[in-house]
Design a protein around this ligand. Structure first.
Ligand code: GDP
Length: 336
């Protein structure tokens, strides 16, 4: 008699159709599997991912996409844990959390990837948490994240939180795929406006000063007033919305309702003036443009002649005998 221990289960075969059905019925395994396809580098996975994403795009939903950023240590994971649980328990929402780290291609995975994050939220049946992809997908990390958002919405998640994990570029990327952009900040020692790039503050629809607890509460209140004053000097946003400033403590779980009220007020405002929909359409259009660039870039460097000519022109550029622009033009003339 065969020992049961050695009988290997046949790996389950998923088809695009079975995954679409699974996602529609809110099955987490199907959702995870489909996101993995979106993140894959294999062209055959990519084809399957495209079929699934196209089908999921047709499914009606009423979601809100929230981007969250802030310097490492500001309390993003702690905030998402408290806020996510608040949304589920007090607002009856289903919450998906995606992390995006465009730098992961270089660092080979997020530094925070191994950290135990969002313990309570991650085991809640109404929450789905997906860490950032460990390497660049075919079409880029941001592309995979955009697709993952659509899949989560098709699976019935009405709040999709996208957290920036990487530094630098990721804020802009996340801004371009969400409806509301929330910046978490810390109260500094007198020089509150230091250390945070002005550009990031200009992108924010909401600003929350976290760790407003204990001895830090007074400094946080002061910082809130200073930010409110500083924001008056900023140009008016296209949405017509004035950036709101509030306080919270992810640790003590305070003001999670303030955070949600801010986002709900924005949603109401931007839906009533039409900006919500216009912004989503603009985001789709910019995704389309980025996809053209990605595909062109990929096809270009798959081309044998380009691969060979690249080094020839690169050497000319480095040695100073050809300008980078002229070299690029001559290289591409051979392709186009
Ligand atoms: P992230 O790097 O932005 O994701 O930040 P974490 O959520 O990992 O938090 C960094 C540190 O700040 C941890 O030690 C948290 O316990 C602590 N922390 C987070 N939120 C609060 C808060 O509201 N108050 C206080 N006092 N500490 C906090």
């Amino acid at each position: 008699m065969k020992n049961k221990k050695y009988i290997r289960k046949k790996a389950k075969v998923y088809t695009a159709e079975s995954l679409i059905e699974g996602i529609k019925s809110g099955n987490f395994t199907a959702l995870s599997k489909a996101i993995t396809l979106c993140e894959s580098k294999k062209p055959s996975d990519r084809d399957m991912a495209s079929t699934i994403v196209s089908a999921c795009m047709q499914i009606e939903n009423n979601s809100i996409r929230i981007g969250i950023t802030g310097v490492p240590g500001v309390g993003k994971s702690s905030f998402i844990e408290s806020f996510g649980l608040h949304l589920i328990q007090a607002e009856g929402k289903k919450v998906a959390v995606l992390a995006i780290d465009p730098s992961s291609e270089r660092t080979k995975g997020s530094i925070l990837g191994d950290k135990t994050r969002m313990n309570k939220l991650s085991i809640h049946p109404n929450a789905f948490i997906r860490p950032s992809p460990t390497s660049g997908s075919l079409g880029g990390v941001a592309h995979a994240s955009r697709e993952s958002i659509l899949l989560c919405e098709a699976a019935g998640f009405d709040v999709v939180i996208v957290e920036t994990v990487g530094v630098g570029q990721s804020e802009t990327e996340v801004r371009q795929m969400t409806d509301f952009f929330l910046l978490l900040m810390l109260a500094g020692a007198g020089d509150e406006l230091q250390g945070i790039k002005r550009g990031i503050m200009e992108m924010a629809d909401g600003l929350l000063i976290n760790k407003a607890d204990g001895d830090n509460l007074k400094a946080a209140q002061l910082a809130m007033r200073e930010y409110r004053n500083a924001l008056h000097l900023f140009p008016k946003a296209k949405s017509g919305w004035t950036t709101q400033v509030g306080l919270c403590s992810a640790l003590e779980n305070t003001n999670m309702d303030v955070a949600w009220n801010m986002i709900s007020a924005y949603e109401k405002h931007s839906k009533s003036n039409g900006y919500f929909l216009t912004n989503r359409k603009d985001q789709l259009d910019s995704w389309f443009q980025k996809s053209i660039e990605e595909i062109l870039h990929q096809k270009l460097f798959e081309n044998e002649k380009i691969k060979a000519d690249y080094h020839f022109f690169s050497n000319k550029v480095i040695s100073g005998s050809l300008s980078p622009y002229d070299a690029a033009k001559q290289l591409l003339d051979g392709f186009l």
